[in-house]
Design a protein around this ligand. Structure first.
Ligand code: NAD
Length: 475
């Protein structure tokens, strides 16, 4: 049975009860799965007031108590992973194994934050006089407003929840209206794990209206957003106008550099599988492929061969490796990328047109021969399209990789330690993966540089975004 759609305010799940609703669609079929209630202004005010009230006690709970709740969340997430995963496939589209995997991996995020929340230490600074004491305390920033996207609905929401709650903050979160089941399931996990009422509140509605109302509220002290760069900039400007802290995890356009000395077949297979994961709707998806001339043809052949073996279909089918795109509008975006590529002289060597079935299906697509100014080389596709382009000089490849205003993830394939070191030093990116994909673990930083964002939602850096420093001295 699909998730019962609701708001979660002050410890109570609230169904439509006369509120405006919006339909949630299955991207594989267009079928309506349920009606999502929108929060009214009164709902938003109640959620803010509940978070403000709960903060007064939650900030004083011991890290041990907070840790116990996060551990319980991890345990319950593992128990319910199959059911939650099935609903993610229904409203988001990804294959069932990926959906269930998302929940299982996220149980680790809750556990890891349960551990680290117990190690939020301050420090003692040696004084200039023997009778003076100087301490640095780290305190939770306060009520947070969080906005999470539809591509990894469980993952993106739990990362913000465990970081904020683990640090002693409370929050009001708006999840993705098009894939809401995972976020409601998360609220149920926290509820059942014994999180005091008001610490976590969940609202839905028109994104721009909710974000403006929450960010401008004097109750909110910190904003965390994961989504596109244009929206991130708008929200950051709004938060900055009131000097509110922010964690901004935005898009990228991850360059891949494959060098002549790489294990070419392994690189092509690894990258092809990574490219179609979640139908390419991943902020760290490899998206611009620069391949050194000597191995270009071999890489392209293996890459295309691997993509051709990918079974595209409904995520609930056992044989499906790549599901539909999450929304109908993303299919239009893919089509526009292809049209722009053709006008720039690109050759569509595989895929290139939406599948003529019900649902938002777009096949793995490979385009060659594009100039660097074609849209696909400058704008993040956020879908299953890969442009391949050769390079001769490594310095030229680095320059092209760094030429965009983004800097989230990047990929390097080489067997030379010297090349790996040089290129990882030179790439302007928050994450550099050499010869494999190793990002997005709970214990490793996750964030970008340049326009890809500010702050991290992984690793010990995570808590920095949810804590403020207080210096105390006495004599
Ligand atoms: P979009 O810019 O319309 O929306 C991106 C996300 O932000 C969605 O979850 C949406 O609900 C939310 N959003 C939009 N306007 C908002 C507002 N004013 N206030 C608060 N939230 C708002 O783009 P889209 O078509 O939904 O997604 C495609 C783009 O989003 C991609 O280009 C990609 O860069 C970006 N994206 C990035 C991530 C990520 O993990 N960094 C995740 C999802 C989407």
């Amino acid at each position: 049975m699909y998730e019962k759609l609701a708001l979660y305010i002050d410890g109570v799940f609230v169904e439509a009860e006369g509120r405006k609703t919006e339909p949630v669609l299955n991207p594989a079929s267009g079928e309506v799965l349920g009606q999502l209630p929108h929060a009214t202004r009164e709902d938003l005010d109640r959620a803010l007031a509940a978070a403000q009230k709960a903060f007064q006690t939650w900030k004083k709970t011991s890290p041990l108590e907070r840790s116990a709740i996060l551990r319980k969340v991890a345990e319950l997430a593992r128990e319910r992973a199959e059911a939650i995963g099935r609903n993610i496939t229904l409203d988001q589209g990804k294959p069932l194994a990926e959906s269930v995997g998302e929940v299982m991996v996220c149980a680790e995020h809750a556990e890891w934050h349960a551990e680290e929340a117990r190690r939020i230490y301050g420090r003692v600074i040696p004084p200039r006089r023997a009778d003076v004491r100087q301490f640095v305390l780290r305190e939770p920033v306060g009520v947070c407003a969080a906005f999470t996207p539809w591509n990894f609905p469980f993952n993106q929401a739990i990362r913000k929840m465990v970081a904020a709650l683990g640090a002693g903050c409370t929050l009001v979160l708006k999840g993705p209206e098009t894939a809401p089941s995972a976020v409601i399931a998360l609220a149920r996990l926290f509820h059942d794990a014994g999180l005091p009422k008001g610490c976590l509140n969940l609202v839905w509605g028109v994104p721009a209206e909710i974000s403006e109302y929450l960010i401008k509220s004097p109750i909110v002290r910190k904003v965390s957003f994961t989504g596109s760069i244009p929206v991130g900039k708008q929200l950051a400007a709004m938060a900055g106008a009131q000097m509110k802290r922010g964690t901004w995890e935005l898009g990228g356009h991850s360059p891949v550099l494959v060098f002549d000395d790489a294990n070419v077949d392994q690189a092509a297979i690894t990258l092809a599988k990574l490219k179609i994961r979640n139908a390419g709707q991943v902020c760290v998806s490899p998206s611009r492929f620069y391949v050194q001339s000597k191995v270009y043809d071999r890489f392209a052949a293996k890459f295309i061969e691997t993509l051709k073996s990918i079974n595209v279909g409904n995520g609930l089918e056992k044989t499906t490796v790549m599901g539909p795109l999450a929304h109908a509008r993303r299919v239009d975006v893919m089509q526009a990328f292809v049209e722009d590529a053709v006008t720039h002289g690109g050759e569509i060597v595989m895929g290139g047109a939406r599948l003529k079935t019900a649902g938002n299906f777009f096949p793995p697509t490979v385009i060659t021969g594009l100039p660097d100014h074609a849209r696909l080389m400058t704008d993040e596709p956020f879908g299953p399209i890969a442009p391949l382009t050769p390079f001769a000089d490594p310095e030229d490849a680095i320059r092209r990789a760094n030429s965009l205003p983004y800097g989230l993830s990047s990929y390097v394939f080489t067997e030379s330690l010297k090349t790996a070191t040089h290129v990882s030093n030179a790439l302007e990116a928050g994450m550099v993966n050499i010869n494999h994909f190793g990002s997005a673990l709970s214990e490793t930083p996750f964030g970008g540089v340049k326009e890809s964002g500010i702050g991290s939602e992984g690793g010990t850096e995570t808590f920095d975004g949810y804590l403020v420093t207080k210096f105390v001295t006495h004599v």
